[in-house]
Design a protein around this ligand. Structure first.
Ligand code: SME
Length: 159
């Protein structure tokens, strides 16, 4: 049974702990859907002030909704569109302080004010993205970016 733990350190230390927790949680399980589902659930209990956390997966050139926690969301996002499609076309993390200022932002949950999207690049190919929305502006900083990119690096071993 999964047991919640405390994250008592600095943001950096807590993200390191989270990545270790992810690695042991997914250890030995080859099923990608199961692992992405548990990764989104783990993040959802770790992160404060978020209203959506989950994955979009690249299929036939477009991003398709994958395992997530939050309200039902838009299912398909074209490459290059929205924050998610920009992260995949530019192959870099998008840290958006105010989604209303991001041209082409796709609003799935009216509550969302800020967002971070980390592309998942596996063996040189875009596999998908980790997408996290917050109901407050400027929720994510560079420490979140580093921590979440490290989280995705661990996740890649299990998908
Ligand atoms: N806001 C995203 C769409 C996905 S939802 O946030 C869950 C975007 O602009 O790509």
């Amino acid at each position: 049974m999964f047991e919640s733990i405390q994250y008592p350190g600095t943001k950096e230390e807590n993200y390191q702990l989270l990545s270790k927790q992810l690695d042991s949680l997914l250890e030995g399980e080859p099923d990608t859907t199961a692992n992405l589902s548990n990764a989104s659930a783990l993040l959802n209990q770790f992160l404060e002030q978020v209203n959506w956390v989950g994955f979009y997966l690249m299929k036939d050139g477009e991003l398709v909704l994958g395992p997530f926690q939050g309200l039902p969301a838009c299912v398909r996002i074209a490459d290059g569109k929205g924050v998610c499609g920009t992260a995949t076309s530019e192959k870099k993390t998008m840290l958006v302080d105010d989604v209303h200022q991001f041209p082409g932002h796709i609003a799935c949950d009216a509550q969302s004010q800020s967002e971070i999207v980390v592309p998942i690049i596996k063996d040189g190919n875009v596999y998908g993205v980790l997408d996290i929305d917050s109901p407050i502006k400027s929720r994510f900083d560079e420490n979140d970016q580093k921590g979440l990119e490290a989280f995705v690096d661990v996740l890649k071993k299990h998908i």
